[in-house]
Design a protein around this ligand. Sequence first.
Ligand SMILES: CC(C)(COP(=O)(O)OP(=O)(O)OC[C@H]1O[C@@H](n2cnc3c(N)ncnc32)[C@H](O)[C@@H]1OP(=O)(O)O)[C@@H](O)C(=O)NCCC(=O)NCCS
Length: 90
Amino acid sequence: MRFTVTGPDKSIEETRTRLAFFENHQWEHGFSKWVVLNAASGVPIGDSGLLVLPECGWIDLGFRLAQPHWGQGLATEAASAWVRAAFDEY
Ligand SMILES: CC(C)(COP(=O)(O)OP(=O)(O)OC[C@H]1O[C@@H](n2cnc3c(N)ncnc32)[C@H](O)[C@@H]1OP(=O)(O)O)[C@@H](O)C(=O)NCCC(=O)NCCS
């Protein structure tokens, strides 16, 4: 999260608030940021998804992965899945 616009969460409360926002967004729009699981182990390694940004007038595709999982094409895989879902399902 060091490299994202808002930087890392400063407290566990901030993290809870962010996750609650993602959950409400899912109820409201039918999509949100979702956890990314390692397909082989089921271990959570990041998040990715679509967020409505009313202040910008667009829907944002985001992704972030824990550093040990960088450079293996996983962001490309997650982004491709979301783009397909965006046009085919939403
Ligand atoms: C950005 C991030 C998700 C990339 O994940 P990844 O799985 O390593 O990316 P991929 O392996 O699918 O690489 C996709 C392409 O992006 C490039 N790329 C990856 N990280 C990059 C970065 N930080 N800056 C520029 N290009 C980058 C790769 O070289 C690759 O290009 P190529 O196909 O021409 O070789 C990961 O570095 C991350 O979680 N960073 C911190 C959070 C963040 O910055 N998220 C994005 C903004 S919200």
